[in-house]
Ligand binder design. Structure first.
Ligand code: UD1
Length: 425
């Protein structure tokens, strides 16, 4: 018999106090891949203990990487030994974070063999742009028995234009080009803070990567990289989630460990609704929620536009705004997975293709709802914090993939959230 975990959330308690963000999920996953390209001992600080990382660590250990230690947010990896380029998904867990192993393995070994990529079921998530760029660098690709196999005799520098500034494709190209012969230029590259975090680490490890105006990178390939230590940036999506949790409960919370420059879109949108947000020093924001907040519209975009990962939490918040809000999801085609569940809690939302029209309601009622993906699951937790009565959010393994101890952080701020384990039929 398998077990399934849920959150029980007693709604109606406003959040107060101070909470620290963990390090960014979307930084640590590509950084682990980068550690493989480095072929040395590397250490990362401010590392979140999330299940996506644990799954990735299990997977790279099977490839021959030594996980030297993971204590108090510091992860030390030793990638000096031989590495298996045939990646097996040993724990059967679908994990999008493996995508950057392609660029890292091609850079280091000129060969990579990976099973199909996983992650949240929020859209088709093709990898054509990754393949196009890596092919231009001399990699031959084929699909065989469910595996993507890439091989190159040598990686050659080239100019690559991405049809869309994909985060994963940009990261793969940076990793491969860091160890290629010659100078690669990537145009229309992703500008997300996590991409710059990866570059910051790679440059400490001896890579030569510089931004080129506008929205590109120049990568002068080097023969080899060396060990380095890097403190990863705070998780802007966790910060956004905690900010919305504060606003939806009309609380007042200081969120530390986050660079406000990474969350301007959410700061602006919360202010538009009437919530108060102040930036404190270099690494904190103070959010103060207000009753009867206003509706607003959002459109998800690449950075610095409104982050798609912060869309589901904002959608939950807008269900209780005064007036109608329009949410346009322009990055992933299937990112309204939480909406049916929010409707079961009394939300009024109409969805047509990439647009959700939310008619604000006076209150949400408690219900038993199902997390279907990571950020949609977090949205349901936020709705539960504001709803009357006790909400059960099931399938919280999706939430554990990317939030470190979410219930402990919310509990510390005064929320009544408990994790329960039930046997699954
Ligand atoms: C990363 C993040 C994810 C975030 C997303 C957008 C990680 C592990 N995940 O995902 O949390 O939501 O960035 O900020 O870092 N696309 C193509 N072809 C490709 C690649 C992408 O068409 O080859 C499309 C995708 O289908 C999607 C859009 O580009 O519509 C954005 O995808 P991308 O930026 O690549 O996201 P990920 O790297 O998968």
């Amino acid at each position: 018999m398998t077990t399934e975990q849920s959150f029980l959330i007693e709604g109606g308690n406003s959040l107060h106090g101070s909470v620290r963000c963990s390090g960014a999920k979307n930084s640590i996953l590509p950084l682990v891949a980068a550690a493989i390209a480095v072929r040395d001992v590397v250490s990362f600080q401010n590392v979140p203990d999330i299940s996506d990382l644990q799954s990735l660590l299990t997977l790279i250990q099977a490839m021959g990487v030594k996980v030297v230690s993971f204590i108090d947010g510091e992860l030390v990896l030793d990638t000096r030994g031989p590495i298996e380029t045939h990646v097996e998904n040993t724990n059967g867990y679908s994990l999008r974070g493996t995508q950057t192993l392609v660029g890292a393995l091609l850079g280091r070994e000129h060969r990579a063999m990976l099973p199909s990529l996983g992650g949240c079921s929020i859209g088709a998530r093709p990898i054509d742009l990754h393949i196009k760029g890596l092919r231009a660098m001399g990699t031959q690709f084929e699909w065989k028995d469910g595996y993507l196999i890439g091989q190159a005799t040598a990686l050659k520098a080239c100019d690559v234009y991405l049809d869309f500034p994909s985060v994963g494709a940009t990261e793969n190209l940076l990793l491969a080009a860091a160890l290629a012969e010659g100078t690669t230029r990537v145009f229309n590259a992703a500008q997300e803070p996590e991409v710059y975090d990866l570059i910051s680490f790679l440059n400490k490890a001896g890579a030569r990567i510089v931004p080129v105006f506008p929205f590109g990178f120049r990568i002068e390939g080097v023969a080899q990289l060396h060990g380095a230590s890097h403190r990863i940036i705070g998780d802007r999506i966790e910060a956004s989630t905690l900010m919305v949790a504060t606003a939806i409960t009309q609380g007042e919370v200081t969120i530390t460990g986050i660079d406000a420059r990474h969350i301007w879109s959410i700061i602006a949108k919360l202010r538009e609704t009437g919530a108060m947000v102040e930036v404190e020093g270099d690494d904190a924001v103070v959010v103060k929620g207000v009753p009867e907040y206003r509706s607003t519209d959002i459109r998800t975009l690449t950075f610095p536009g409104y982050a798609t990962d912060a869309q589901p939490p904002m959608t939950a918040y807008l269900t209780l705004a005064r007036g109608n809000s329009v949410v346009v999801e322009s990055i992933f085609e299937n990112r309204f997975g939480a909406i049916l569940e929010l409707e079961r809690m009394g939300a009024r939302i109409k969805v047509s293709e990439e647009t959700a029209i939310i008619e604000g309601v006076e209150s949400l009622n408690s219900a038993t709802v199902q997390a279907k993906d990571l950020r949609g699951g977090a949205a349901l937790v936020l709705a539960g914090l504001a709803a009357h009565g006790t909400t059960t959010v099931k399938s919280i393994q999706h939430i554990d993939r990317g939030y470190e101890a979410l219930e402990s952080k919310l509990f510390q701020l005064g929320a009544h959230v408990t994790r329960v384990t039930q046997p699954e039929a």
